[in-house]
Design a protein around this ligand. Structure first.
Ligand code: PLP
Length: 293
C-alpha cells in the first residue's frame, strides 16, 4: 500500500489473466457486448468463448498502432445493455501506446453501462512522459478495473501473481469470481520481496532497454521495419511466410511469438538477455544470407 491504494481496492489473481477472466465473468450477461482493439492480447476474447452469444466487436488498431478510441467508442453505442471495453496499454503484440488522456476523457463521458478493463501488464517499461496508470481513477470509478502483473518486469511469470486495482464494490464483485485462495503462498512471499526491492525494477528495465536496442540495431541493419516498443518485445516485419519463419527460428533454438492475424507480415520477438539477443541477431543475419527474410 505504499502507493496509497487501499487494500480493499486490490484483488489478487493467479496471474493477471485471472483478473481478466474475473472481469469478463463479472460483466457476463445474455446481452453482453465486448469491444476490444484488434490485434491485442487474446485472453479477453477467449474468456467469452464459452458464452458464444457475446457480441464481440474487434476494432482494428489505427495506422500508428494505437487503439482506435473513437471507433471503439462508436462500437459501444446503441446498447442499453452492459458493454465491456478492453484497453491494453501498452498493447500486446504491437508494443504501442494509446494516449492515456484520451482514454480518461472517454471514461469520463461514457454511460454507466460501459465497463473498462484496462490491462497495464507492461506499465513499468513505459518511459513516455504522457503515460500514467489509471489505478487512481479505478479506485474511484466502479466501472474501471486496472489489471497489473508480476509476470513481466519482475520476471515472475511462472509464479502466477497478478492483481486488479478497482473500486471496493467492484473488488468485492471480482473476488466472488476468484478461485478461492487463488494466489499461492510462495507467489505472495516472492511478490512482497519483489515490492521491497525497488532496485530490481530499474535493473530489469535497463536490461530490457539494452536488449531492445540490440533488437532495433539488427532490424535496422537488415532493413526490417519495426514498431517502436514500450514493452519487453518488438513487432517487426519478416518479409516471408510467417509460419515458416516461426518454424525456422524454432529449428535454430529460438522461440519467437505466435501469429497475430491480420498482421501476418510481422512477428513479435520477446527480449531476452544480451547474449540471447546476440544469438537472435546472428540467426536473423543468417536467415538473410539464405534469403529467408
Ligand atoms: N496481459 C497482457 C497484455 C499480457 O501480455 C499478458 C501476458 O503475456 C498477460 C496479461 C497475462 O500475464 P499473467 O497472467 O502472467 O499476469
Amino acid at each position: 500500500d505504499k502507493h496509497g491504494v487501499p487494500e480493499e481496492c486490490i484483488v489478487l489473481g493467479n496471474g493477471s489473466t485471472e483478473i481478466l477472466q474475473m472481469g469478463v465473468q463479472a460483466c457476463m450477461n445474455p446481452q453482453l457486448r465486448l469491444v476490444s482493439p484488434t490485434p491485442t492480447y487474446e485472453d479477453v476474447f477467449e474468456y467469452t468463448e464459452p458464452h458464444p452469444w457475446v457480441d464481440v466487436r474487434g476494432v482494428p488498431l489505427l495506422p500508428d498502432f494505437s487503439h482506435d478510441l473513437s471507433g471503439m467508442e462508436e462500437a459501444t453505442r446503441n446498447s442499453p445493455d452492459p458493454v465491456l471495453v478492453y484497453v491494453c496499454n501498452p498493447n500486446n503484440p504491437t508494443g504501442s501506446l494509446t494516449p492515456v488522456a484520451d482514454v480518461v476523457s472517454w471514461i469520463e463521458r461514457a454511460g454507466d453501462h460501459v465497463h473498462f478493463l484496462v490491462d497495464e501488464a507492461y506499465f513499468e517499461f513505459v518511459d513516455d512522459p504522457g503515460y500514467y496508470s489509471l489505478d487512481r481513477m479505478a479506485t474511484e470509478n466502479p466501472n474501471v478495473v486496472v489489471a497489473r502483473t508480476f509476470s513481466k518486469v519482475y520476471g515472475m511469470a511462472g509464479m502466477r501473481l497478478g492483481y486488479a486495482v478497482t473500486h471496493p464494490d467492484t473488488a468485492r464483485l471480482l473476488r466472488s469470481f476468484a478461485c478461492g485462495p487463488n494466489a499461492n503462498h510462495l507467489a505472495l512471499v516472492a511478490g512482497l520481496a519483489a515490492l521491497q526491492d525497488p532496485d530490481w525494477v530499474d535493473f530489469s528495465v535497463s536490461r530490457n532497454l539494452e536488449s531492445r536496442r540490440m533488437a532495433y540495431a539488427v532490424l535496422e541493419e537488415l532493413g526490417l521495419e519495426y514498431i517502436p516498443s514500450h514493452t519487453n518485445f518488438v513487432m517487426h516485419r519478416i518479409s516471408g511466410d510467417l509460419r515458416q519463419y516461426i518454424e525456422r527460428m524454432s529449428d535454430a533454438g529460438i522461440r519467437v511469438g505466435r501469429p497475430f492475424p491480420p498482421m501476418l507480415e510481422y512477428n513479435r520477438c520477446s527480449f531476452g538477455l544480451a547474449e540471447e539477443m546476440e544469438r537472435f541477431a546472428e540467426t536473423l543475419r543468417d536467415f538473410r544470407r539464405r534469403g529467408w527474410v
